[in-house]
Design a binder for this molecule. Structure first.
Ligand code: PLP
Length: 396
């Protein structure tokens, strides 16, 4: 059958082939170590899982309100207030099937054909695809390793045109681990105050931050709160990726529009998952803090081991669970004796030669880098990085 022309705008993911190859190799019984996963390796904490089971047993297995059960929206308001000092009413919250659906609905609700959306790069791939599917035009603004992969106000200013409608911020950032301070967010916000430009602030890794709590855009630039859609969810903080619970908080009219879109697409997020998320958001946050301590230990080890490999340079991520090393030197080294000419080639080479799966920077608009998720156990980190060292230098 003939497919929609909308799809022609969406480039196939640079990582699809590697991902398929990694899965095939694992099926064939090869000892693959994967740094590819974008999800915590921990199980969903037992009390949260039990709340899901209780919800099934209590018969909470029917449609819910479109925007989510009121108790969960209230719990989200409470969390945003306790954690970030933000004040929202439950009507300003919509619960979605993962943060991805919250982002999708936000772009659908806010964009008209030709509207420009500024996306600092390296960036999570789905922003571009979702903007394109909403008829918008992604304006990719590069940031540099030297600047900590953060957008600076001058660069933002230079990319604003009369068609700019939104700025997407993602702090802590996937893939770079960059975390903007409140002051840096204020600097960016100052560029938008005299405009009608809105901000989609993806804070899905907000609780996974290593230098103190990470700042939220709406809290840092209160004058912009009425034009900010805050996106978060249960997936990363509570190790609940499969439960599919995300949320958006924002101005009433935008949230109502997003609910309207949801009413014709997914209806409500899973009822059972909503009760599990209610437990996650309402209870003590000690489990999240424990996971964060483990992530920090792994971060310190993986970054230190990566930096000991000639040709690889890795700065310390301040949040999320990804290392994002510069591998230009390793590519140059290998290019003399192999067909490796890019980070994409390097990722393929690592998979084929030492069975280590990584995500090439090309997937995030950042050739010359690899993304390694350290949401895996310490033994896998030690063995996996030893294999990378062997592949790059010939010795373990
Ligand atoms: C930056 C970012 N935003 C949003 C999402 C989507 O989260 P969810 O699984 O809740 O849809 C991800 C997941 O990888 C992500 O990395």
């Amino acid at each position: 059958m003939k497919l929609s022309s909308r799809l022609s705008a969406i480039a196939p993911s640079a990582t699809m082939a590697i991902d398929a190859r990694q899965k095939a190799m694992t099926r064939e019984g090869r000892p693959v170590i994967s740094f590819g996963a974008g999800e915590p390796d921990f199980p969903t904490p037992a009390p949260i899982a039990a709340a899901g089971i209780s919800a099934i047993e209590a018969g909470f297995t029917k449609y819910t309100a479109l925007s989510g059960i009121p108790e969960l929206r209230e719990a989200v308001c409470m969390r945003l207030n306790c954690d970030l000092g933000l004040t929202y009413s439950p009507e300003q919250i919509t619960i979605t099937s993962g943060a991805k659906a919250a982002l999708f609905n936000a772009f659908q609700a806010l964009l008209n054909p030709g509207d420009e959306v500024i996306i600092p790069s390296p960036n999570w791939v789905s922003y571009e695809a979702q903007v394109l599917l909403a008829g918008g035009v992604p304006v990719i603004v590069p940031t540099t390793e030297a600047d900590g992969f953060k957008l600076d106000p001058g660069s933002l200013r230079r990319h604003i045109t009369s068609r700019t409608r939104l700025l997407v911020l993602n702090s802590p950032c996937n893939p770079t681990g960059a975390v903007y301070s409140a002051g840096e967010l204020r600097g960016l916000g100052a560029e938008l105050l005299d405009s009608e430009i809105g901000v989609v602030s993806d804070e899905i890794y907000q609780r996974i931050s290593y230098d103190g709590p990470s700042a939220s855009f709406a809290a840092s630039v209160p004058e912009m709160a009425g034009r900010t859609i805050l996106i978060n969810g249960a997936s990363k903080s509570y190790s609940m990726t499969g439960w599919r619970i995300g949320f958006a908080a924002g101005p009433l009219e935008v949230i109502a529009a997003m609910n309207g879109i949801q009413s014709h697409s997914t209806s409500n997020a899973s009822s059972v998952s909503q009760y599990a998320a209610l437990k996650a958001f309402s209870d003590s946050q000690a489990e999240v803090d424990k996971m964060c301590v483990a992530f920090r230990q792994r971060r310190d080890v993986i970054v230190s081991l990566l930096n000991q490999i000639p040709g690889i340079r890795c700065s310390m991520p301040s949040g999320a669970f990804y290392a994002f090393p510069n591998v230009y030197g390793a590519v140059a080294r290998l290019s003399e004796s192999t067909s490796v000419k890019s980070s994409l080639d390097l990722a393929e080479y690592l998979l084929e030669s030492v069975y280590v799966a990584t995500v090439p920077g090309e997937a995030f608009g950042a050739p010359g880098y690899l993304r390694l998720s350290f949401a895996c156990g310490m033994p896998a980190i030690q063995e996996g990085i030893a294999r990378i060292r062997e592949a790059v230098t010939g010795v373990r």
